[in-house]
Design a protein around this ligand. Structure first.
Ligand code: RIB
Length: 275
């Protein structure tokens, strides 16, 4: 039952409040929510998921949007079902088939990146990724490698680093020394850090190395050079997630709701033909 007959309270769980991808997601939900729902946001680390859920339930949420990898999605599903709390998962999901979900076409996203770099004639491409990857990132990489594997003469150099601006910055010398003429960073945060690191090392982007990110976060168009990236309709994702959880609250018997959103290349200054 809803609190005092007012708007339902929806809890939103993300891995980080600082990553602009999730800031956009939360902003879109808040804009969309204004007289539909009240929202409470929480960010949780990998080892805090359970506490995070408990906190949300203590706050009396009526439903949840989980934009966070769940290592034990089945357990969480059982638990939330028992509590009668409907939830929608989006992005990062490792099991989307057990609940309502919104995701983007990650495989195509990876392909779009690879095609762009192949068309520019790059033969040695660094792939920067975090050590531990979420399911959506693995799909992104599968799309990327599917295209590269079709080429006989294109090589991927995998480099692991943190999924953050600092991660990209810290690895710049390694990227430069690898002989790669292009780098695909699994998100914009890493890409922005890499731009700074390459600049510090006297490497020119895109003349010496092209850089392409992922997410089309708001800083991407303001960096120098501006960052080529892939946009994944994060705004729409937030709206849909909220609509889905509200629909489920109204009608628990609805068939499973699923939306898969398109992605699109945003070509800017940081990618150019291979030197
Ligand atoms: O930048 C955050 C990344 O993690 C994004 O690419 C998004 O898809 C999320 O999974």
């Amino acid at each position: 039952s809803l609190r005092g007959g007012g708007n339902p309270l929806i809890g939103v769980m993300v891995p980080s409040l600082r990553n602009p991808f999730f800031s956009d997601l939360m902003q879109s939900m808040q804009n969309h929510a204004h007289n539909l729902a009240d929202l409470v946001f929480i960010s949780v680390d990998d080892d805090e998921i359970e506490q995070g859920l408990l906190k949300m339930l203590e706050r009396g949420v009526n439903g949840l949007v989980i934009a966070r990898m769940l290592p034990n999605a089945l357990e969480v599903d059982r638990y939330l079902q028992k509590q009668g709390i409907p939830y929608v998962v989006l992005d990062q999901i490792n099991d989307s088939n057990i609940s309502d979900h919104v995701k983007t076409d990650e495989f195509t996203g990876g392909q779009v990146v690879a095609r762009h770099l192949v068309e520019l004639g790059h033969k040695k491409i660094a792939l920067l990724h975090p050590d531990v990857m979420t399911t959506n990132m693995l799909e992104r990489i599968s799309g990327f490698t599917a295209i590269i594997d079709e080429q006989d003469d294109v090589e991927i150099i995998e480099i692991a680093t943190k999924l953050s601006k600092h991660g990209g910055l810290a690895i710049a010398n390694k990227v430069a020394a690898s002989g790669a003429t292009a780098a695909f960073t699994l998100n914009d945060e890493m890409g922005i850090g890499l731009l700074r690191g390459l600049k510090n090392g006297g490497v020119r982007v895109p003349e010496d190395i092209s850089v392409i990110g992922y997410d089309n976060t708001d800083y991407a168009e303001f960096t120098v050079p501006s960052l080529t990236t892939v946009t994944q309709a994060v705004w729409r994702m937030g709206q849909l997630a909220l609509d889905m959880v509200l629909a489920r609250l109204k009608d628990p018997a609805l068939p499973m709701q699923e939306e898969i959103l398109d992605v699109r290349l945003i070509q800017r200054e940081s990618t150019a033909p291979a030197p």
